[in-house]
Design a protein around this ligand. Structure first.
Ligand code: GAR
Length: 193
């Protein structure tokens, strides 16, 4: 059984979908911990599913490296086979990526390599593209630059706001994420740097 830790910053709606999928006895992965870089609303989902959670507040540390080291220590306590970044709005320091690579994956609300970074939905709208997308990637030292594991196109509709577009992207992200975790767990998908 693949053990998974999930890191979030926000509402954690994608986390909740993964928790629901993993609750089924035939799902080949189990969520063992949920962590956050702040007092994230989504930590409540972990409590709902009786999954241990922890917070390593980014702002309590003097440097990204120090934060990453503390976060790595908390992750290690749960011995996850896989770390899922599900709306974690912080770049991991290279030292933490090296500690877990290539076993860290990230969901992103755009069709990478288009529109990387913290504002994938806003940037796609600002660029006036007809379609954007959702991606699941392996985390490397860059910004959303790792190998792509799954992605799908999503049309931009006339009158879309950042919010309406993001709300249409998220269900696709959830489906891709759950499928990628399942395929990693069954050995159908091998992670590489
Ligand atoms: C998701 O769309 C995720 O891809 C995005 O934050 C959202 C979190 O939603 N992450 C990034 O933009 C990372 N660059 P949620 O908290 O409702 O799951």
């Amino acid at each position: 059984m693949l053990t998974v830790a999930v890191l979030i910053s926000g509402t954690g709606s994608n986390l909740r979908a993964l928790l629901e999928a993993a609750r089924h006895p035939d799902f080949p992965a189990r969520i063992v911990a949920v962590g956050a870089d702040r007092d994230a609303e989504g930590l409540a989902h972990a409590a709902d599913f009786s999954i241990p959670s922890f917070t390593v507040p980014y702002r309590s540390f003097e440097s990204r490296d120090a934060w990453g080291e503390a976060l790595g220590d908390r992750l290690d306590e749960h011995r996850p086979d896989l770390v899922v970044l599900s709306g974690l709005m912080r770049l991991l320091p290279a030292s933490l990526v090296a500690r877990y690579a290539p076993r860290i994956i990230n969901t992103h609300p755009a069709y990478l390599p288009e529109f990387p970074g913290a504002h994938g939905v806003r940037d796609a709208l600002a660029a006036g593209v007809a379609q954007t997308g959702a991606s699941v990637i392996v985390v490397d030292d860059g910004v959303d630059s790792g190998p792509i594991l799954a992605q799908e196109r999503i049309p931009v509709q006339q009158g879309d706001t950042e919010e309406t577009l993001h709300e249409r992207i998220k269900p696709v992200e959830r489906r891709l994420l759950i499928d990628v975790v399942r395929r990693i767990a069954t050995g159908d998908l091998a992670l590489t740097h």
